[in-house]
Design a protein around this ligand. Structure first.
Ligand code: BG6
Length: 489
């Protein structure tokens, strides 16, 4: 495994700890080596020490020195400028040596944990140096992090560039949301249980809400974030993944393309907003100062590396429509934001109300509709709300919850969320990775919103307090349809 950007944050916090966890789970082969490449001057010993340090800090598991040593013995480092061809000739020689030493048979997984500016260049230079060719029966794969482009045109251009040195099967576009157990569980929940699928459609479901709320602000990423904003950062990737898994038809198998074909159909069925509807179906917000957990927090414009007059959005809410038979007229409301009241990711499926009420003392509008919530993080689980009789001589209906919490049944496993994804790239299972057409369809969905927002800069920023649930306009978005966001405690 060759990690480009080996001295960066992603390698430190996720990749090295995840590799260690894979080893602990006996999922790394004996014939394995890691080669870190970065522009920083570092000796191989320094890099090995860093590996030990990162594992200690971020693997989330008690240290097993034997496994840590095992990994450290297989770690190599080379300094190199990604734009300099000499880096790739040196890399080629080094890989040939490592093939001999570790019997890695010419199978290379390249992980681009770099700035997006290198996503096109590195594969092209690898290709030019014969490092992507699978001609001799070995495999060569490239993992690309997000952001994959910054709009439809740039994503298309990147796909085209990658296609010059790689086949689609060699490209693994990663979305770390698909590494989360509970996200993978959406498919198992839907397709391994007989009772939900018959009601999973417009006849029974009123609407769906997807919330990805973070307490954190932009931390040290102001430089990137101020150019990206919440729409690009979260919607075409993570949020649309959650939408597709919730909305897709049952695939004919769990083969990579069978699953991805169904996801792709949903992405193509999401109605592209006409520009004149963007202002009513898309809401943007930016956080001002506020308090979270009793602690005062600065506004976005006061964050490091952020332009003090910035008009970048840190909150987005959208009303999406999926134009197919299953979902016609069932809105999918999605929202995501930074510095919100609570860190929570969930998908709430609200069913239609009972059609008429048999209980004289309860008007039908007071009956709470059934609600199924898939809790993705931090408290992973599933809950179902239904009506039950409140004890007493008068028949009154109250709401109760049936709760399943992962941790009660399965305990908690130390995980960075990257283990499964890294494993899948190594065994060549692309199910949880984005195909070119999916990425492009995702950008097509957000394109009109990008265009309208660019043309009409926000005038009311900041428009929500840190520690709140976002701007008032997001509530209005649902209120106009006679609905309200689910209250999350
Ligand atoms: C990243 C975004 O892709 O996902 C970040 O760039 C965001 O801005 C993060 O904070 C959220 O991931 P998670 O796993 O913490 O929900």
């Amino acid at each position: 495994m060759v990690i480009f950007g080996a001295s960066g944050d992603l390698t430190t916090r996720k990749l090295l700890p995840a590799l260690y966890n894979l080893r602990r789970s006996k999922l790394l082969p004996e014939d394995f080596a890691i080669l870190g490449v970065a522009v920083d001057q570092m000796s191989e010993d320094d890099f090995r020490n860093k590996v030990r340090h990162d594992i200690r800090e971020y693997a989330g598991a008690p240290q097993d020195c034997t496994q840590c040593d095992w990994l450290a013995e297989r770690v190599y480092y080379m300094t190199g400028d990604f734009r300099d061809n000499a880096t790739y000739t040196h890399l080629k020689d080094l890989l040939a040596e490592l093939d001999q030493k570790h019997s890695t048979k010419g199978n290379y997984l390249y992980y681009l944990a770099t700035a997006p500016a290198f996503f096109g260049e590195i594969p092209s230079r690898l290709g030019a140096n014969g490092l992507t060719s699978e001609a001799d029966g070995h495999w060569r794969r490239v993992v690309i992090e997000k952001p994959f482009g910054s709009d439809l045109d740039s994503a298309r251009a990147l796909n085209r560039d990658l296609g010059k040195s790689l086949t689609e099967k060699q490209i693994y576009r990663i979305d770390h949301y698909l590494g989360k157990e509970t996200v993978q569980n959406i498919l198992v929940f839907r397709f391994s249980n007989g009772i939900f699928e018959p009601v999973w459609n417009r006849r029974y479901i009123d609407h769906v809400e997807v919330t990805v709320a973070e307490e954190l602000g932009v931390e040290r990423r102001g430089g990137y974030y101020d150019h990206a904003g919440a729409l690009r950062d979260m919607i075409p990737n993570h949020i649309l993944q959650l939408v597709t898994l919730t909305a897709m038809e049952p695939p004919i198998s769990f083969q990579a393309d069978a699953v991805r074909d169904e996801q792709s159909k949903i992405l193509h069925a999401i109605q592209i907003m006409p520009p004149e509807e963007v202002l009513t179906r898309a809401v943007r917000g930016q956080y001002g100062p506020g308090t979270i957990d009793g602690k005062p927090e600065p506004g976005y414009r006061e964050e490091p590396l952020v332009n003090p007059q910035s008009n970048t959005e840190t909150f987005v809410a959208l009303k999406l429509s999926i134009d197919n038979w299953r979902w016609a007229d069932v809105p999918f409301y999605v929202r995501t934001g930074k510095r919100m009241a609570k860190r929570v990711t969930e998908i709430a499926i609200q069913f239609r109300r009972a059609p008429f009420v048999l209980f004289r003392d309860t008007p039908v509008e007071r009956l709470m509709p059934n609600l199924l919530v898939l809790h993705i993080q931090p408290d992973e689980g599933i809950s179902l709300r239904f009506g039950a009789k409140i004890p007493g001589p008068i028949v009154r209906v109250g709401s109760v919850n049936m709760d399943f919490e992962y941790v009660d049944y399965f305990g908690s496993q130390p995980s960075t969320g990257y283990e499964r994804l890294l494993y899948d790239c190594m065994v060549g299972d692309a199910t949880l990775f984005q195909r070119a057409d999916m990425v492009e369809a995702g950008w097509s969905v957000v394109g009109p919103v990008q265009d309208v927002w660019r043309a009409l800069p926000a005038r009311s920023f900041p428009n929500y307090d840190s520690g709140s649930w976002g701007p008032k306009e997001a509530d209005d978005l649902m209120k106009r349809d006679g609905r309200a966001w689910r209250k999350i405690d």
